[in-house]
Design a protein around this ligand. Structure first.
Ligand code: URA
Length: 239
C-alpha cells in the first residue's frame, strides 16, 4: 500500500496544478470508489484505490519508460516553439514530467529513451560511465580502413581532448558508404564531427542502441513502445 494525498496524486498524473485540482475536487469531478466524502487531503492508496476524474479511471505511474524511434524533423526537447517535440509523439503518457535522455539532432532518427527517471538518466548520460551508443550512418565518400584506425585512436573534433576510442565498422564502402559506429561519449553532433575530422559528410544518421537498450526494429519512425521490465533492469545494471 502506498498512500498519497489526493491533490498531490492528481497533480502527479497531470490533472492540473494544486489549486486547480482542489477546485475540481470541490466541483465533484473526482470520485474514489467506496469513498463518499472526497477531499484534497484524503489519503489515497495509489496502488489499489480506483480514482476517477470526469468518469475516467486514473492510472498512477511513478516512473515511465518509453523507447521511441525518433523521426526526422522533430526535436529532442520537452518544449519548442518551432518544431514538434519528441514528447508530443508519446500520446499515451501518464506523467507530465517526462523528458528525452540525451539529444538526437533534428535530422537524426532512431533510439531515444523517454522517461521521468532522473537518476537513471543521470547515470546513462554521465561522461564517467562511458555508455556505448551505436549508430548506423550513411556517409558521403569512401570510408576506409585508415578511418577505422583513426576512429579507434581518437579524433580531434575541436574539443580540448581527442574523442575516446570509437569502433567503426564498414558495412559498405562506396560513393556513399554505410557504416556502424560505436561511441562512448555524447558530444554535440559527435558522429557528424568525427566524420568531418576525416574529411567526410554524414548524410543519414540513426541511433541503434544505447548501453544494453536496442532499438526495436519493428517500430517505424515516430512509433514508440513501453520498455519491458527486462530492458529497464538491463539499463539499471549499467549504472
Ligand atoms: N551524433 C551526431 O552527430 N548527431 C546525433 O544526433 C547523435 C550523434
Amino acid at each position: 500500500m502506498k498512500l498519497m494525498r489526493l491533490d498531490k496524486f492528481l497533480c502527479e498524473v497531470g490533472i492540473g496544478t494544486r489549486s486547480e485540482v482542489k477546485n475540481k475536487i470541490k466541483n465533484g469531478l473526482v470520485q474514489i470508489e467506496g469513498v463518499s466524502k472526497v477531499t484534497p487531503e484524503y489519503k489515497v492508496d495509489i496502488e489499489n484505490d480506483k480514482i476517477y476524474y470526469n468518469g475516467t479511471l486514473l492510472q498512477y505511474a511513478e516512473f515511465e519508460y518509453y523507447m521511441l524511434n525518433k523521426p526526422m524533423g522533430c526535436v529532442s526537447a520537452t518544449v519548442d516553439n518551432l518544431h514538434k517535440t519528441v514528447l508530443e509523439l508519446i500520446d499515451t503518457k501518464i506523467r507530465k514530467d517526462l523528458f528525452p535522455v540525451g539529444r538526437l539532432d533534428i535530422d537524426t532518427e532512431g533510439l531515444l529513451l523517454i522517461t521521468n527517471d532522473g537518476a537513471l538518466a543521470h547515470q546513462l548520460l554521465s561522461p564517467k560511465k562511458h555508455v556505448d551508443k551505436t549508430y548506423y550512418a550513411e556517409v558521403e565518400g569512401k570510408v576506409t580502413k585508415e578511418d577505422v584506425v583513426a576512429f579507434s585512436e581518437g579524433l580531434d573534433i575541436g574539443e580540448e581532448a581527442l574523442t575516446l576510442p570509437a569502433k567503426l565498422v564498414i558495412k559498405k564502402s562506396g560513393e556513399v558508404s554505410q557504416i556502424e559506429v560505436t561511441i562512448q561519449e555524447g558530444k554535440f553532433h559527435q558522429v557528424k564531427r568525427m566524420f568531418e575530422a576525416v574529411g567526410k559528410k554524414v548524410v543519414y544518421l540513426k541511433r541503434l542502441s544505447m548501453g544494453t537498450l536496442k532499438l526495436d526494429e519493428s517500430l517505424k519512425p515516430g512509433e514508440y513502445r513501453i520498455l519491458t521490465q527486462e530492458e529497464i533492469d538491463g539499463l539499471k545494471m549499467i549504472t
